[in-house]
Write a protein that binds this ligand. Structure first.
Ligand code: SAJ
Length: 401
């Protein structure tokens, strides 16, 4: 079977490489010629441990090649972005464009799969487009929705070992898709229909957003109640059936902070907890920025000078270099905006430089600062000893106090 992956991003490229590694002839397609060029040179344009060697192997074995246009295959995978347009309205135009690009190549017996996180009903919508343009293919090709749930930074392992949900437009499509994925997925492949598979992906991430919102709400309550929220959660989790997640400075990334809107946009009257959780997690970032501002003002009133402030961490989660949709960045921007000509030192140990912010070494920033703001729980920050002479605002549980 020859497979064509439309979209060579964080998910498409690793999946294409893993499939090729397991002997499948793979064509990778991306609209960005630079991505195609760099990939064919055996260089990764995304950061994923161990992936570059694997790319070079599958290119050398002649099992993988990247193009800017789709090539005749037996299975086509839509792994393109599904961003927002307007006010949190899902945008499936990239999925539609990729579908229309492969339309002329589709033939009887082919498999068409959407992997991109999509609103419920997208697979049916794309099937209508296919059968409108190519009526002779009706009930002659297999169509399914198969979301991925890999954790950035652990993609190679999880792509092979995670269970997957396989949602066919009909049972024979589910079986056809299972036939493909079973060539390289060692996790269990769970059968369902396309709508349930679409909703499953959104449900997984929305459930996590709600759980994080509960932890963030606790942190606001505890700040007012004079309780250490880290100690509280640690104690509550001693209960055999309680598992409260950790408060943070907000929720970042292009998954947990995004996917819940795919549900609230389509089911606004019903999805109340999901919508409120999103608001709480967004509000937490503003609350943190206000906390920094008021602490800086108190310092100035008490000491007769503006404080030096260290903003520790720009990445959206610990120990990665991904700054996309990061609440830390939002907070740093707000603090700089609100507290003009204060001395703000910005730290992100996982990136060399940043086009918007001048970066300072984390030890130097910590030593110089009057106020230390812990935003992202990078391991490096855990080596910095608590210092009674500094004001430390720990929004991400470095010191748990
Ligand atoms: N966060 C907290 N407190 C916590 C856990 C996370 O504040 O207790 C924050 C993180 O700091 C980060 C955000 O939430 O800003 C999201 O981080 P994450 O650890 O949830 O991971 P992601 O977004 O990198 O990956 C998630 C995963 N989904 C789930 O865990 C249900 C991953 O499996 C998905 O594949 C991925 O979304 C995706 O692509 O959908």
């Amino acid at each position: 079977m020859k497979a064509c992956f439309m979209g060579l991003g964080y998910i498409g490229l690793p999946t294409a490489i893993i499939a090729a590694k397991h002997g499948i002839d793979v064509v990778g397609v991306d609209i960005n010629p630079k991505v195609v060029e760099v990939t064919n040179q055996g260089k990764l344009h995304i950061i994923e441990p161990g992936m570059e060697e694997m790319l070079q192997e599958v290119i050398a074995d002649g099992k993988f090649k990247a193009y800017t246009t789709p090539q005749l295959s037996d299975a086509y995978f839509m792994v393109v972005p599904t961003p927002f347009k307007g006010d949190h309205e899902p945008d499936v135009s990239y999925v539609e464009a990729a579908t229309r690009a492969v339309l002329p190549l589709l033939k009887e017996g082919d498999l068409y799969v959407i992997e991109s996180t999509s609103p419920v009903g997208t697979t049916e919508m794309m099937a209508n487009i296919i059968f409108t343009e190519r009526p002779e293919l009706k009930d002659k090709i297999f169509i399914a929705y198969c979301p991925e749930r890999v954790l950035p930074g652990n993609v190679i392992y999880e792509l092979v070992h995670n269970d997957r949900v396989i949602g066919g437009l009909n049972p024979e499509s589910t079986d056809k898709a299972i036939g493909f994925y079973s060539q390289f997925v060692k996790g269990e492949l769970h059968k369902t229909n396309s709508r349930t598979a679409e909703m499953c992906k959104l449900t997984e991430n929305s459930s996590r957003d709600v759980q994080i919102a509960f932890a963030n709400e606790l942190s606001l309550i505890c700040d007012k109640a004079g309780i250490n929220v880290w100690e509280l959660i640690n104690l509550a989790n001693k209960h055999p059936r309680v598992n409260i997640l950790q408060p943070g400075c907000g929720v970042g990334g292009h998954c947990i902070a995004v996917d819940p809107y795919f549900i609230t946009a389509d089911y606004p009257a019903e999805s109340k907890i999901i919508a409120t959780a999103r608001n709480i997690n967004n509000y937490k970032s503003f609350w943190c920025a206000e906390k920094v501002k008021s602490t800086m003002l108190e310092f100035e009133l008490k000491n007769g000078r503006k404080p030096v402030v260290a903003m520790m961490g720009l990445a959206f989660k610990p120990n990665i270099d991904d700054l996309r949709e990061s609440p830390s960045k939002t907070i740093v921007g707000k603090v700089i905006q609100m507290c003009n000509n204060a001395d703000i030192l910005i730290v992100e140990p996982n990136v060399e430089e940043h086009k918007q912010f001048k970066l300072t070494d984390y030890k130097e920033a910590f030593d110089k600062a009057d106020i230390v703001v812990m935003l992202t729980a990078h391991d490096q920050f855990k080596t910095l000893p608590w210092d009674e002479n500094k004001i430390i605002l720990d929004f991400c549980g470095i010191y748990k106090k």
